[in-house]
Design a protein around this ligand. Structure first.
Ligand code: FES
Length: 114
C-alpha cells in the first residue's frame, strides 16, 4: 500500500504458528505421569480432562488442583482467559505460569502443588 508521502506500508508479518505434531497429539509430563492430549490443548484444559477421566472424577484420585492457596485450599482454573491467576503451576521450571494461557508441547514438564 502506498501512502500520500510516497512511502509504502507493508502489512504486519503473520504470527508464527506453534509447531504441530505429525500425529496431532502431544505428550507432556504432569507430576511425573505422562499425559497425551490433542495438539493445541491448553495445559489447564488438559488438567481438567485428566481429573474428569480419573476414577472418582474431579474429586477422585486426581483432584483438579494446580496449586494450593496460602490456607492450603486447592485452586484450579477459574476464568480460563488469563485474568484470575488461579491456574498457576510450574511449567518447564518456570513458577507461576498461567496454564490457561499455555499450550501443551511435547516434552513439557508441569508440576502442581496439589
Ligand atoms: S484460569 Fe484464570 S488466569 Fe488461568
Amino acid at each position: 500500500m502506498e501512502l500520500e508521502t510516497g512511502e509504502t506500508m507493508e502489512p504486519p508479518p503473520m504470527p508464527e504458528r506453534a509447531p504441530r505434531s505429525v500425529s496431532g497429539l502431544v505428550t507432556l509430563r504432569v507430576d511425573g505421569e505422562d499425559l497425551t492430549v490433542p495438539a493445541g490443548t491448553t495445559v489447564a484444559a488438559a488438567m481438567v480432562n485428566r481429573s474428569h477421566q480419573s476414577p472418582g472424577g474431579p474429586l477422585g484420585s486426581r483432584r483438579l488442583g494446580l496449586r494450593r492457596s496460602v490456607r492450603g485450599e486447592l485452586r484450579g482454573p477459574l476464568c480460563g482467559m488469563g485474568i484470575c491467576f488461579e491456574c498457576r503451576a510450574t511449567v518447564d521450571g518456570h513458577p507461576h505460569v498461567r496454564t490457561c494461557m499455555t499450550t501443551c508441547r511435547d516434552g513439557m514438564v508441569v508440576l502442581t502443588d496439589a
